[in-house]
Design a protein around this ligand. Structure first.
Ligand code: PMV
Length: 294
């Protein structure tokens, strides 16, 4: 393959799980939203020496997955990453970085990249970052719409038009998705009832979205949080911000993503309420907040 002098550029957006984390690993559905304004950009450039493989780095792993697929070895390349996505907060940083990196490698070598190859390579990189990913993160980071996803089955788009607002608040604590997934596994049959309930709550959330029933959506979110706590994947910081959000006007709130840290999400009826809640959450210790319209 002829070395390119140009710069390869790839972008990807982040995501947030509305409902169904953890249960999705066991075949229950999940609903997740792309965060199209929170992006990662990767640039691949020519370097003096070849890039060294590092299995602990999701970005390098993704670059190597792309190079292997293209049959390219020992290319003197390097990368630059520019990310608005906080790492290890359940916002899909590893999937978004992987997708941006794979796109950048294909762009650098001027190779066409189909969606199915991109998703397959992103999931290869995610397996290294997460061990046993359901595929939800990569799928949502590749989607421009909210999706309902079932592992090994597929996904469908969900139209969310609630005129409401989703607040995302970062506890400031790193999430530990791999450890949280292992903690659920270790519960063995004790986890089953909670996983089943979480699956059921996803269906209720979808029905609430379709009927534009904000109160119902808020209450199923809060109920999901209780079940995630029972699975021991929440954290004291997330529990605190969830209760605080509910006590301060949110229609419902829950942790989001793998947990043991990371972000919480809360539902607000109006933009004014969302803005006021964001301010209060920040005063209460959230290190960063975002508002997404739903
Ligand atoms: O922490 P995140 O955003 O990568 O989400 C993990 C979601 C889990 O359901 C816990 C794991 C998975 O692979 O779906």
């Amino acid at each position: 393959m002829i070395k390119q002098s140009k710069i390869g550029v790839g972008k990807a957006h982040s995501k947030i799980i509305l409902m169904g984390e953890h249960a999705v690993v066991y075949g229950y559905p999940a609903i997740a939203l792309p965060l199209k304004n929170i992006e990662v950009t990767c640039r691949i450039k020519t370097a003096d020496k070849r890039l060294l493989f590092d299995a602990t780095d999701p970005l390098v792993t993704a670059i190597f997955a792309a190079l292997r697929y293209l049959g390219i070895k020992d290319e003197p390349i390097t990368y630059e990453i520019e990310s608005m996505v906080p790492e290890r907060r359940g916002m899909g940083s590893s999937a978004a970085v992987a997708i941006a990196a794979i796109r950048a490698v294909f762009d650098y070598f001027d190779q066409p990249l189909s969606m199915s190859v991109l998703e397959m390579l992103a999931n290869q990189a995610e397996i290294i970052a997460h061990t046993n990913p359901s595929g939800l993160d990569a799928k949502t980071c590749l989607s421009n719409h909210a999706i309902k996803f079932i592992r090994n089955v597929g996904f469908s788009q969900i139209k969310i038009d609630l005129g409401a607002y989703l607040i995302i608040a970062d506890t400031g604590i790193h999430g530990h998705t791999r450890e949280a997934v292992q903690a659920v596994e270790a519960l063995e049959e004790k986890a089953l009832i909670y996983l089943h309930r979480l699956g059921d709550l996803v269906e209720k959330a979808e029905a609430a979205i379709l009927s534009k029933d904000l109160m119902k959506l808020g209450s199923v979110m809060s109920e999901a949080h209780v079940n995630l706590k029972e699975l021991s994947v929440s954290s004291p910081e997330a529990d605190h911000l969830v209760s605080f959000a509910i006590d301060n006007g949110a229609l419902g709130a829950k942790m989001s993503g793998g947990g043991l840290g990371g972000c919480i999400i809360a539902l607000a009826e109006t933009k004014e309420r969302a803005k006021s809640l964001v301010q209060k959450l920040e005063e209460e210790g959230a290190i960063n907040t975002w508002i997404e319209s739903l």
